[in-house]
Ligand binder design. Structure first.
Ligand SMILES: *[C@@H]1O[C@H](CO)[C@@H](O)[C@H](O)[C@H]1NC(C)=O
Ligand SMILES: *[C@@H]1O[C@H](CO)[C@@H](O)[C@H](O)[C@H]1NC(C)=O
Ligand SMILES: *[C@@H]1O[C@H](CO)[C@@H](O)[C@H](O)[C@H]1NC(C)=O
Ligand SMILES: *[C@@H]1O[C@H](CO)[C@@H](O)[C@H](O)[C@H]1NC(C)=O
Length: 836
């Protein structure tokens, strides 16, 4: 079953609604993308530098100097020059106040605008030349532009009119770029916001300012996102979304677009005078084969080609969301290659019927090549052709014809992209993605999919205004928000202080230096570093084997190294903590020579183990953490019965108060990989019986009744339904006298049952195919040295494969000689006991 939505299905609108519904069922086929490590606000692992000031807000536009030492910020009623060359602080060098006068504000509010929207919101901030910055602001719904001396931050000339360069309304998005002293903008050029333009300003001499010809609707209610200059092409590309008039059967179907203009353009001589002769636009399609398109572009960043590669290899990375509610809250990243964009623009163009304003793909004689540079002194005939043929017939498809990444749980709004050379000299693409909820995700793109290395919380409250600027040279990211500015280093390798942690992070910025025994920045290191971005294989990269204390368990209890001693009284509820190595690791508890049956043990969501101390349950416990096939011991406990209350050693006595249970969002601050000292591991807690037993027993019964309930309901539900159906039928029949209603009802019920069975099977098959296609990135080859690996591999993948591989996993657990529970993840992430 191959669903190709656009354009094939789009031509059949009746199919669309069916497919929307069907895709709703298929949606769980998305891979979960969990950041491996999370740094909440204030976490010591990630030092953020903040700048905020009571009179600075709405930091909309960021402009970084070439040397990366000065950051210019366009805020509300102000332009700031921030000295960002210091490691630990951001210093305000100078501030230019640029606010509307009382009179301007009065007029703004008289026009019916809210006072809070009347200040001057700076929306264009670009270097004009080596000495000056060009800036534009909304200026009380009457946009203005000005020249600012970048050294002294003074306005050097009388303000310019900002019409066509900056929006009137601060909530409207715009884009602007200055190349060779000329300003190229995409914005709305009127007060009411319905005259969109892409235009050129500040042209001098024989070059003239240019704009769109607006007789034919070259733009349809666009939202401008970004613009990029490609030097080799001498072209500017604009990215925006707009109403897709070519899909006129769907009301307001939004499409994402790329459009181009040539810098050499000077307009036509008679036709298209002072208008673009090189404007062309095409659809950008961010869509996987069987899914609804992510049709609304949110942000776009350019990744220039690697050194020595042709400019055709330039990539554009964009965030896309969907117009449809089945995909709401989700976002996708797609990448587009310049060469694909160019080939779409050099292909055929759609034809607009001037009377009906309907689009068709009718092939016509090509009088000129739309989008071609140098058409300014072409014939009127050619220019008329160009004027009418501006929408490319083909769509630009993403690289690999697939989505770069999709996230069901994170709503990304901004991104920036960087190419990073890893220790093996290979280039990796690293994306920094800002979520609506205030986290910055760092993801590396691997052949198997995206891997989110970490997330850093940069703000707590959702921010209406966000901007992102990457300083590749300095390894810093600036996030501008309504409240101020935050600086985040692109990496902190020293956070990973063991080789396994350093390698498991799969961060191209970081590698393990065996000489200094530290995780270091890969870029400024010559010697070979332990790093494996593609597979994260610890054993190879660290030249070590999975280190667990399992071997020691084989020894008789007397000679077993105790780990941490936990003294308990009989019938006391014991809770053993196990720190998570990362958010991708899976914790597993083991006991020598006995299994952890669910009758006696409760695995809690945070990875800890809870049980009642009895003669059977005292003894040794080992908590193993597995990630990506690598297993390490996180904790060893020796649970021992107190000989007598007096004899109990104070050092071993349990803490009177249980430490707060770490939430899943807590920093994954793993215990030392090779357990140099058990003292650094989080302490186990054991509470008095009276305190926790209710929780334990209630949780216990909850689980069992839940399972039983599920089993029984499956058996009772359907007959129950049928009975109800018959009863209704009988009722109806007795009311209406004898007829064939009963037979009809029976047949209908059977038909419905058959149909639902068929649909279920169909969906199951599709889903299975879908899953196998989007296998999670955790997939790594199984280590022979660790026979338990497949279990945890499955566990890492969540419960998706649970039912199918259950038996297999348990077998390998038994085969390893050391009997333990072949635990598999439950739906909520903890490890339920599965009796063997
Ligand atoms: C990096 O992490 C280490 C260890 O957590 C911490 O001490 C250090 O302050 C961090 N550095 C930065 C720049 O965040
Ligand atoms: C400016 O920031 C405030 C919050 O500080 C926000 O409520 C407001 O919407 C922002 N204004 C604009 C025009 O985005
Ligand atoms: C930069 O542009 C400004 C404004 O047009 C002008 O006054 C200044 O002389 C220019 N500087 C250079 C170095 O060209
Ligand atoms: C096109 O016009 C430019 C001046 O605008 C002129 O120099 C050039 O020779 C013209 N080219 C052709 C092919 O007519």
């Amino acid at each position: 079953m191959n669903i190709r939505l656009i354009p094939a299905v789009m031509e059949n609108p009746s199919l669309l609604s069916l497919i929307v519904a069907l895709l709703g069922f298929l949606s769980p086929c998305l891979t979960r993308l969990t950041p491996r490590v999370s740094f909440p606000k204030g976490s010591p692992g990630r030092h953020l530098t903040r700048f905020s000031s009571h009179d600075v807000s709405n930091s909309t536009t960021l402009l970084l100097s070439d040397d990366g030492d000065m950051l210019y910020v366009g805020a509300r009623d102000a332009v700031l020059a921030l000295d960002v060359s210091h490691k630990d602080s951001i210093i305000l060098r100078s501030k230019l106040d640029w606010s509307p006068s009382e009179k301007d504000l009065e007029q703004c509010s008289m026009k019916g605008k809210k006072m809070v929207d009347c200040p001057n919101f700076i929306r264009v901030l670009q270097f004009l030349n080596t000495t000056h910055i060009y800036a534009c602001g909304t200026f009380a719904f009457s946009p203005r532009c000005t020249y600012i001396n970048s050294e002294t931050l003074t306005m050097s000339l009388k303000p310019d009119e900002g019409r066509g360069r900056c929006p009137y309304d601060p909530y409207q998005r715009n884009t602007a770029i200055i190349v060779d002293g000329e300003l190229y903008t995409g914005t709305v050029a009127d007060y009411r916001g319905n005259r969109p333009v892409i235009s050129r300003h500040l042209s001098e001499g024989r070059r003239v300012d240019l704009k769109l010809d607006d007789t034919l609707g070259w733009l349809e209610d666009p939202t401008f996102i970004s613009s990029s200059f490609i030097p080799d092409e001498e072209k500017i590309y604009f990215f925006f979304s707009e109403v897709g008039r070519e899909y006129d059967f769907i009301d307001k179907f939004i499409v994402s677009r790329v459009s181009q203009i040539c810098m050499s353009d000077v307009g036509g001589q008679r036709t298209l005078q002072r208008r673009w002769t090189t404007f062309a636009k095409a659809q950008l399609l961010c869509q996987a084969d069987s899914e609804l398109p992510y049709n609304v572009i949110q942000d776009m960043d350019i990744l220039p080609p690697a050194e020595g590669a042709p400019s055709d290899d330039t990539l554009f990375y964009g965030i896309f969301t969907s117009q449809w509610s089945v995909n709401s809250g989700r976002s996708a990243v797609c990448s587009f290659r310049l060469t694909d964009i160019k080939s779409v623009f050099s292909g055929n163009y759609k034809v607009l019927n001037r009377d009906t304003l309907q689009w068709s793909t009718r092939v016509q004689e090509k009088v000129a090549n739309p989008g071609e540079c140098g058409l300014h002194n072409a014939s009127d005939n050619a220019l008329r052709f160009v004027k009418e043929n501006f929408l490319a017939d083909d769509s630009v498809r993403p690289v690999g014809r697939s989505l770069t990444m999709v996230s069901a749980e994170h709503n990304y709004s901004h991104l920036t992209v960087q190419r990073v050379q890893a220790a093996n000299n290979r280039d990796y693409t690293v994306l920094f993605l800002l979520t609506e909820s205030g986290y910055l995700h760092k993801a590396v793109l691997l052949p198997t999919g995206a891997h989110i290395i970490e997330e850093v919380q940069v703000f707590e409250q959702p921010q209406p205004i966000k901007s992102l600027k990457l300083s590749v040279a300095k390894g810093l990211i600036y996030v501008g928000t309504s409240e101020g500015l935050v600086r985040v280093p692109t990496a902190n390798c020293s956070f990973y202080w063991t080789c396994p942690q350093c390698v498991l992070a799969r961060d191209p910025f970081c590698g393990w230096d065996p000489a200094s025994r530290a995780c270091v920045e890969a870029s400024n290191h010559q010697t070979s570093l332990g790093q494996d971005i593609d597979k994260g294989n610890v054993e190879e990269a660290c030249n070590s084997v999975s280190f667990t204390h399992r071997a020691r368990f084989g020894l008789p209890a007397a000679s077993c190294p105790a780990g941490e001693l936990v003294s308990v009284s009989l019938n006391e509820v014991v809770r053993l903590q196990c720190p998570a190595a990362s958010q991708l690791s899976q914790q597993l508890w083991e006991r020598p020579n006995s299994r952890l049956s669910s009758d006696l043990y409760l695995h809690l969501d945070d990875g800890s183990l809870s049980f009642v101390a009895t003669p059977i349950t005292v003894g040794h416990y080992l908590c193993l953490s597995t990630e990506n096939g690598y297993q390490q011991t996180m904790a060893i406990y020796h649970v021992k019965q107190k000989s007598s209350p007096i004899a109990q050693s104070p050092t071993n006595y349990t803490r009177p108060q249980a430490p707060p249970i770490p939430t899943t969002k807590a920093v994954a601050r793993p215990g030392p990989g090779l357990l140099p000292s058990l003292g650094t591991l989080p302490k186990r807690t054991s509470t008095r019986q009276g305190e926790t037993e209710p929780t334990l027993s209630s949780r216990d019964t909850q689980v069992t009744t839940g399972q039983r309930g599920r089993n029984t309901s499956q058996w009772t539900e359907e007959p129950g339904h049928k009975e109800a159906g018959f009863r209704d039928g009988e009722l109806l029949m007795s009311a209406r006298g004898p007829c064939y209603l009963k037979e009809l009802v029976v047949v209908s019920v059977l038909l419905v049952l058959c149909l639902s069975l068929l649909i279920t099977m169909l969906l199951y098959v599709i889903r299975k195919r879908c899953r196998s296609r989007t296998a999670p990135h955790a997939g790594t080859p199984t280590r022979d040295s660790d026979r338990r690996t497949p279990v945890e591999q499955e566990a890492l993948r969540g419960n998706q494969f649970q039912s199918k591989r259950n038996g297999q996993a348990l077998h390998s657990g038994q085969a390893s000689g050391f009997v333990c529970n072949g635990a598999l993840t439950g739906s909520n992430g903890h490890l339920p006991n599965t009796p063997i």
